[in-house]
Write a protein that binds this ligand. Structure first.
Ligand code: IFM
Length: 446
């Protein structure tokens, strides 16, 4: 690896995690049950019966984790707040111990010179709200805004970067349509209602966040976006790629940046989705400060005869990660330049990018994860290209700071810069983490 990497001064290098994936302590400190507690405790939902009950025990070990972040030279740490720690039943009584936990974490980060980037919703909805319909119930959007208000009143003096949602596409479609994530439903109508209410809740939450975090605070939302390509230049394949782009990318980008859903998708979903209420699209398209982009792989599509979307994704030859995802760094450049061309966000952060590999600790106590290092390096090159092409990319968060609970795959996929021994909770910085600490310190590679 010889190419030098140079990023603009002030570029933010970080790493990301999410509450359910790392905290454990699922009943500690007055926390309520979340939909992921319920889902993972349901037989057959998660590989090998794994749960997030203990995870990386970050709830107790966070001081050690902050020290490791310092070792990595992180400028910033993106974490999520567990709604049921703050409001055990989703609304009503506030759990002081939950707020205290994040308060201490934020103070610990700032004392270590690390900027906190907080995500309010990374999928652990209070189960009590799911019992009322979850995201399919419009009222949840208002309860989300109340929750945003409570958290930002307490932490808004110290957290300058707020992300309302992480990957609302995954929440709505994998949770309510494909059934592989909590709450595990298989109903397109529910998924479409949920996706709309997630967007409404984003718009509603901006107000208390701005009021409590002050004018300097930067507010954003994170989307899982993909670079989409047709498998051939046949018109059917091009149309399939267009549908995939509509389903994954434009379904969220258009409402947020243009105040309307894409017509081709509305036609496809006809009869399955309620008409938005009068003010909804204005709410959803309220100005916000940055777009968080989670990028892992591309999607190559061809026309199919089955399914609502009539798309087959075509497996590509070449390098794949342990998730079975093709390594396609150029897709990051294509995606960023396209988002910039079509939507012109004022500011973009890569809020997640990384790779799962089957890491092991060797006899010398090291984790030699060269493939992850190469994966990251190649994606950094594409980020650098995108910046040179005029994309206002201001930071990069590697997924993930540490190995963690990878949803329906349990602990069987390791994404971390830090290896976790789940039996002992020992942490080992992987080779990729040591390499990344050079990047964070040199703002690239000299
Ligand atoms: O682990 C997830 C994360 O929670 C959301 N984005 C994708 C990651 C890898 O699958």
């Amino acid at each position: 690896m010889t190419q030098h990497l140079t990023f603009p001064p002030g570029f933010v290098w970080g790493a990301a995690t999410a509450s359910y994936q790392i905290e454990g302590a699922w009943q500690a400190g007055g926390k309520g049950e979340s939909i992921w507690d319920r889902f993972s405790h349901t037989h057959g939902k998660i590989e090998d019966g794994h749960t997030g009950d203990a995870a990386c025990d970050h709830y107790h070990l966070w001081p050690r984790d902050v020290a490791l972040m310092q070792d990595l030279g992180l400028h910033a740490y993106r974490f999520s707040i567990a709604w049921p720690r703050i409001l055990p039943t989703g609304r009503g009584a506030v759990n002081a111990a939950g707020l205290d936990f994040y308060d201490q974490l934020v103070d610990g980060l700032l004392a270590a010179g690390i900027q906190p980037y907080a995500t309010l919703y990374h999928w652990d909805l209070p189960q009590a709200l799911q019992d009322l319909g979850g995201w399919t119930n419009r009222d949840v959007a208002h309860w989300f805004a109340d929750y945003a208000d409570i958290v930002s009143r307490r932490l808004g003096d110290r957290i300058q970067h707020w992300i309302t949602h992480n990957e609302p596409w995954v929440v709505a479609f994998m949770g309510e349509w494909l059934g592989v994530h909590a709450p595990g439903n298989r109903d397109l109508r529910r998924a479409l209602a949920a996706s709309h209410h997630l967007l409404v809740s984003h718009g509603l939450a901006l107000e208390p966040l701005r009021a409590n975090a002050g004018p300097a605070a930067r507010l954003g939302i994170t989307l899982n976006l993909t670079a989409v390509y047709p498998a051939s230049d046949r018109s059917g394949d091009e149309a399939a790629a267009q549908r995939q782009d509509g389903f994954i990318n434009r379904w969220f980008l258009d409402p947020l940046y243009r105040g309307r859903y894409p017509d081709d998708m509305l036609a496809l979903f006809e009869g399955q989705m309620a008409e938005p209420q009068a003010n909804d699209m204005a709410l959803i398209s309220r100005p916000f400060d940055f777009l968080g982009v989670n990028y892992y792989t591309r999607s190559v599509c061809k026309a199919a005869r089955n399914g609502l979307l009539q798309i087959d994704t075509v497996q590509q030859p070449g390098e794949h990660t342990e998730m079975g995802w093709e390594v396609y760094p150029e897709g990051l450049y294509d995606l960023l330049t396209r988002v910039q061309r079509d939507y012109a966000p004022a500011s973009i952060y890569i809020t997640e990018n990384g790779a799962a590999y089957a890491d092991t600790v060797n006899g010398e106590g090291q984790v030699r994860d060269t493939r992850r290092e190469v994966y990251l390096y190649e994606h950094f090159i594409q980020a650098q290209r995108a910046i040179a092409a005029g994309v206002p990319l201001h930071g990069y968060f590697v997924w993930s700071l540490m190995d963690n609970f990878e949803w329906s795959f349990g602990y069987n996929k390791r994404f971390g810069l830090i290896y976790i021994d789940y039996a002992t909770q020992a942490r080992t910085i992987k080779q990729s983490g040591l390499w990344y600490s050079q990047v964070t310190r040199q703002n690239g590679l000299a």
